[in-house]
Ligand binder design. Structure first.
Ligand code: ZN
Length: 494
């Protein structure tokens, strides 16, 4: 541990810009404001050697700790993953208090140890709070509260919609050897699953419009052959290039017919192949419905119909999945590996656009802005200063930080405002992983930056922790941090 920290510090001393001298304090009553920026999965040794002029400028006018720790001395039982760490950052407490030990968010205790906006609102009800989150939805869904403006930007572009529903949500034994009816459809940007005419699940469609690929559409299996095919019987297979209405769904599930199918097979057409052309190929160019009766006692994977496995992308499968699950799988491209980082950059860029817009058009007191792409680059290519894709992601984030800082400096009232910009991360990484990193300094070590006229302009003389971010933000706003918080204000000149 010591060796890695010393290495990070010495890289910083030799590579980073010299720190500037703080301006003479005017002590006039400027309005305090804060921007807290969270960047997922940034190793400080990578940040220091990356080409990041905007962050370097913030470092030069702030207190910087390139050895900030993501686990505390007092409590360190939680996993070294985003759910636990961002909870620590945003509540100012360790996981024994906020309750989040992994990415399941089970045990979360934000009622007692809330997101820091709650403290701001309690002390200053007139304060305006803003939360903008890119790609990783759980932060917005679980952690953020008391935000006046709140936005979440999902990963840009198309991706697989995988509606894969556990047996306990289905509430019916689908493998009891009796006939059941499973129906999947897409209607106006949402996909739904119905069992025996009753809705069991729905989610937003992310797949968009595309053509089915391959030469044939399979009933009772998919393009991978019999191995995962239906071990049982199938009948009443129907496919429509529109979304059936709720009453049509009940009719079809009751054994009746619905108008204008693209394909309808009464009988038992197991293993039947249908040429993929015409309206069947274009099935996924809009709303659609796929449905079948089945009976089986096999609790494993049983594909009712589909074309997965034949060509890259362009798939639609209706399945009985493992462990008694049911599934609708809408897969537009071949896992979109190559362009993932382009889409990460698009989403982070959109979040930065929104932050700039908020800074230009409203009068926020506190902003929380979360950018995601370094974590995606690390998981895909490696968390290391030697990995170009990871470094590119950090440099992309730097440009977005620069745009936000520029928007702050361009505010009409900037001269009367006292901005503190706090920046941190939730973990580093080693290889392409960061979970279970309790003994790995490259995972445990993040960074903390506290930048602005109120801050000392120097390398932090003391060890910091991610829980220090919120007490620092609160102190700047003139709010006494709750004594239950584990962090403490750091980086101030007085
Ligand atoms: Zn993370």
């Amino acid at each position: 541990m010591k060796l890695y920290l010393l290495t990070v510090l010495s890289i910083f001393v030799y590579v980073a810009l010299p720190l500037s001298t703080p301006p003479v304090s005017g002590a006039e009553a400027k309005t305090p404001k804060v921007l807290l920026i969270g960047i997922d999965g940034v190793r400080p040794d990578a940040l220091i050697v990356a080409d990041t002029p905007n962050i370097n400028q913030l470092i030069a006018s702030g207190t910087f700790d390139p050895t900030c720790q993501i686990l505390g001395d007092r409590y360190r039982e939680n996993n070294t993953v985003s759910g636990a760490s961002w909870s620590s950052v945003l509540t100012g407490t360790w996981a024994d208090k906020h309750g989040v030990h992994d990415n399941s968010f089970e045990g979360r205790n934000y009622g007692e140890y809330p997101h820091f906006f709650e403290y701001i609102k309690a002390a200053k009800p007139e304060a305006k709070t803003v939360s903008l989150v890119s790609v990783w939805r759980p932060i917005d869904r679980y952690i953020v509260s008391a935000a006046d403006i709140r936005d979440y930007v999902p990963l840009a572009g198309v991706r697989t919609t995988n509606l894969n529903i556990p047996a306990d949500e289905v509430r019916e034994d689908t493998r009891d050897g009796e006939w059941h009816h499973l129906l999947g459809l897409r209607r106006g940007g949402k996909v739904h699953l119905f069992l025996n005419g009753e809705p069991v699940a729905e989610t937003y469609d992310t797949a968009g419009d595309f053509d089915l690929k391959g030469e044939v559409y399979h009933i009772g299996r998919d393009a991978r052959g019999d191995r995962l095919g239906l071990k049982g019987d199938i009948r009443g297979v129907g496919i429509w290039n529109r979304a059936l209405s709720e009453s049509e769904i009940r009719t079809v599930a009751g054994g009746g017919a619905a108008a204008a199918p693209v394909l309808f097979q009464e009988g038992t057409p197991a293993q039947k192949e249908t040429p993929l052309d015409g309206s069947l190929r274009g099935l996924t160019r809009g709303d659609f419905t796929v449905s079948a009766f089945f009976r089986t006692t096999d609790t494993g994977r049983n594909i009712l119909m589909g074309n997965y496995g034949d060509a890259p992308g362009g798939h639609l499968n209706l399945e009985l999945h493992t462990d008694n699950r049911v599934r609708l799988y809408v897969n537009p491209t071949d896992e979109e590996q190559a362009d993932r980082m382009v889409r990460e950059e698009q989403s982070d860029g959109t979040v930065a656009d929104k932050a700039v817009d908020v800074l230009e058009s409203t009068d926020p007191t506190a902003l929380w802005v979360y950018l995601h792409q370094p974590d995606a680059g690390g998981h895909r290519y490696g968390f290391s200063p030697k990995v170009p894709e990871y470094m590119q992601a950090i440099e992309n984030v730097d440009r977005h930080v620069g745009r936000m800082v520029e928007a702050i400096r361009s505010r009409p009232g900037y001269d009367e405002e006292d901005w503190l910009i706090v920046m941190t991360t939730d973990h580093g990484g080693y290889g392409t992983r960061h979970g279970g990193g309790h003994d790995i300094p490259e995972i445990l070590t993040g960074f903390l930056l506290v930048s602005g006229d109120a801050a000392h302009h120097r390398i932090s003389p003391e060890q910091t922790f991610i829980v220090d971010a919120v007490p620092t933000v609160l102190k700047h706003l003139g709010i006494e941090p709750d004594p239950g918080l584990d962090g403490r204000p750091v980086g101030f000149r007085d």
